[in-house]
Write a protein that binds this ligand. Structure first.
Ligand code: GUN
Length: 291
């Protein structure tokens, strides 16, 4: 068997096109333009790339983009004051504070300062709680992207045995909650899990989010399984350069899986697409157009 390769790039384009269409309709109906504010503190190169892409794609779907770039010496109090100002602005419907923040700033404190209804990252404890009790809420972007990709391979995930490898707050735990909402039977595996290969072998759907290059091997998979690879690991190559690989040994899994995401070009492109979807939903909710 050769797996279907799930094309995250084109699925992200479809999500963005849908967001752009709904954004245009919302503007006509209400006169309101959804606005996303992104705050970047410092000059981390990867963060600068993310923020640039977010800005570009926000404008492309017809939303307003507000960028706030602050020096890495910014006091925590100044950042909290900026968040308070963005919470109060009527033209800002979504707020994202880019992580990681400089060490002298308490990230948890900053994330908790964001109005949960504008928390388009879905990281605020109120949204984490809403997700776990099944209330409507803003859900974290990378996990939401994983669900959309899994459903592109199999639209109804009901009853599937899903194994999530990794228990992080940003991916592992929220993706497990989203899978529960899809009526999967969910196992969360982690560094202390015993006999991980045999746990993974039970899975109809595997979500790998551990940050260990090519850890999931072909012979760990149930034939036909759907494999979603969240890992982005830079590794050295034989010619002295580097390349990006996921948490899944892609080539060997390709002949066992039913469908699999590549790295790059799988989960990665979905994150910003889902961020824009969240911004639209936050705007609609603020206008009382949805629950
Ligand atoms: N840094 C890398 N990815 C993310 C993300 O999804 N949200 C935030 N806030 N920071 C990030």
């Amino acid at each position: 068997m050769t797996a279907t390769i799930i094309d995250g790039k084109s699925i992200a384009e479809i999500v963005r096109a849908d967001v752009a269409k709904r954004t245009a309709a919302l503007k006509v109906k209400t006169g309101v333009t959804p606005g996303l504010a992104v705050v970047l503190v410092g000059a981390d190169p990867a963060s600068q790339v993310y923020v640039r892409n977010k800005h570009k794609q926000t404008l492309e779907v017809g939303m307003a983009s507000f960028e706030h770039k602050l020096p890495d010496t910014t006091p925590e109090a100044d950042l909290l004051a900026l968040v308070a100002m963005l919470n109060a602005r009527a033209d800002v419907h979504g707020i994202l504070v880019q992580l990681p923040l400089p060490k002298h700033i308490d990230s948890e404190k900053v994330l908790r300062a964001i109005n949960p209804d504008k928390d388009v990252d879905g990281f605020h404890p109120v949204n984490v709680g809403r997700l776990s009790i099944g209330e409507p809420c803003l859900t974290p972007c990378t996990p939401s992207g994983c669900i959309i990709l899994a459903k592109s391979a199999q639209p109804d995930l009901k009853g599937l045995d899903a194994v999530v490898i990794g228990r992080s707050t940003i991916v592992g735990k929220p993706v497990a909650q989203l899978l529960l909402r899809e009526d999967c039977t969910v196992t969360i595996a982690h560094s202390r899990t015993r006999d991980l290969p045999s746990v993974v072998r039970r899975a109809d759907l595997v979500i790998a989010a551990v940050g260990r290059p090519e850890m999931v091997k072909g012979d760990w998979l149930k034939p036909g399984a759907i494999v979603i690879d969240v890992g982005i690991n830079r590794v050295p190559t034989a010619d002295g350069k580097t390349k990006l690989v996921g948490d899944v040994a892609f080539q060997e899994c390709l002949s066992v899986a039913g469908a699999i995401t590549p790295v790059p070009g799988g989960v990665g492109p979905m994150t910003i697409a889902c961020l824009l979807k969240n911004t639209l939903e936050a705007t609609e909710r603020s206008l009382g157009l949805t629950t």
